[in-house]
Write a protein that binds this ligand. Structure first.
Ligand SMILES: [Zn+2]
Length: 171
């Protein structure tokens, strides 16, 4: 089962980015990494000629989410590659650029501008990408408690492990 709890959904245009990132995943039941990009691309009706680019964007953005230090370099590189430009639309900034990959990069830029990007996180255990809605953005694991049939409770598992290690050390 895949973790599908709706309280992990990102706001607005960032949610499709999260969906793209989670086309690479480690399902709870098998614990074997799976790449479901092709099924996702089929469903989205994405032409074959654009798939390589979007998959490569996914892989880069996963790096940015899992290792925050690379975000600026990765995103700036895509901005140049896709020739994304800002435009003022009404009272806001919108980013132009054609195509599927550009839409995702624009959503990332908007999230950075809104101070939301750092809330998109990859669970250090199962690597599922989730949006941290907590007030001070302090969540680490995808779910602190099992959130339904697919919930793995990575935080709970890590706590039990830490507790076992502590009690073993004091024995
Ligand atoms: Zn997890």
């Amino acid at each position: 089962m895949v973790n599908t709890s709706s309280d992990q959904e990102a706001p607005g245009a960032l949610e499709p980015v999260r969906t793209l990132l989670n086309t690479w995943l480690i399902p709870n039941d098998t614990r074997q990494a799976e790449d479901r990009f092709e099924a996702y691309a089929d469903q989205a009706g994405l032409p074959r000629t654009r798939r390589k680019e979007l998959r490569s964007l996914r892989d880069d953005l996963r790096q940015a989410v899992e290792h925050h230090a690379d975000t600026a370099a990765i995103v700036n590189d895509w901005v140049e590659r896709l020739d994304i430009r800002p435009r003022v639309v009404d009272d806001a900034i919108a980013f132009t650029g054609g195509g599927h990959a550009a839409d995702h990069v624009a959503a990332v830029l908007e999230a950075i501008a809104a101070g939301r990007w750092h809330r998109l996180k990859a669970c250090p255990d199962c690597r599922w990408v989730f949006y941290d809605h907590s007030r001070n953005a302090s969540k680490r694991w995808c779910l602190m408690t099992a959130g339904g049939p697919g919930g793995r409770s990575c935080g709970g598992i890590a706590k039990v492990r830490a507790h076992r290690e502590r009690t073993r050390a004091t024995r």
